[in-house]
Write a protein that binds this ligand. Structure first.
Ligand code: URA
Length: 197
């Protein structure tokens, strides 16, 4: 059974291994009309337990980085390529990525963000459908046909990369500076009001 109610997947059994390994389906969080849509790889242990993306150590880094740019977690939308935690935090397989892709496409179409920020190699390669050298390409803007039209995709390193390699922090900072400057550029609702502050 598969079921999507608005932006929420409420039931899904497309990936047998993930059905076994998950505690719950972890849907995206944040405004349904957010200007910035961050896309990670998939839920880890904390996310699986709490039912929200990026609430573990990577999430703390992301929250702090957003905060430093005048953005609250509540201002942006955060989601993942796959919504169920893979066993032992392994990367999602290409089949699992494909199984979950229609949900992500629908989320992109409905949220209609100004820019999609891919956090790390897996989401960057998945959404751009090519090999990506994330560290080299972080901060660069690419285009991809997603959620019904060609959209801007900003390549970014995964926040956790800064835990293992401090030099990645500048790369993350530069990409997030660019993302913050793009918020609201599309006009209309979402965080366009941020310009008032
Ligand atoms: N890493 C991800 O890619 N996604 C999460 O939700 C948490 C950590």
């Amino acid at each position: 059974m598969d079921n999507m109610d608005g932006l929420e997947v409420t039931e899904c059994t497309r990936c047998p291994e993930l059905v076994d390994s998950r505690t719950r389906i972890v849907n995206g969080t944040g405004p349904a009309d957010a200007d910035l849509l961050f896309v990670g790889e998939g839920p880890g242990q904390q996310e699986d337990q709490q039912g929200e993306p990026f609430v573990g150590r990577s999430g703390t880094i992301l929250d702090d980085k957003l905060d430093a740019r005048g953005l609250a977690r509540e201002d942006v939308r955060i989601t993942n390529c796959v919504r169920c935690r893979p066993p032992e935090n392994r990367d999602p397989t290409s089949e699992e990525l494909q199984n979950c892709f229609p949900y992500l496409q629908r989320e992109i179409e409905q949220v209609d963000p100004d820019v999609i920020i891919t956090l790390g190699k897996v989401p960057s390669e998945h959404l751009l459908d090519r090999d990506v050298a994330v560290t080299n390409e972080a901060g660069s803007l690419a285009q991809a046909d997603l959620g019904g039209r060609v959209r801007d995709v900003l390549i970014c390193v995964h926040p956790a990369a800064t835990l293992y390699d401090r030099s990645q922090e500048e790369t993350l900072d530069a990409a997030l500076d660019k993302a913050a400057s793009m918020a609201g550029e599309g006009g209309g609702g979402g965080q366009s009001r941020l310009g008032e502050f």
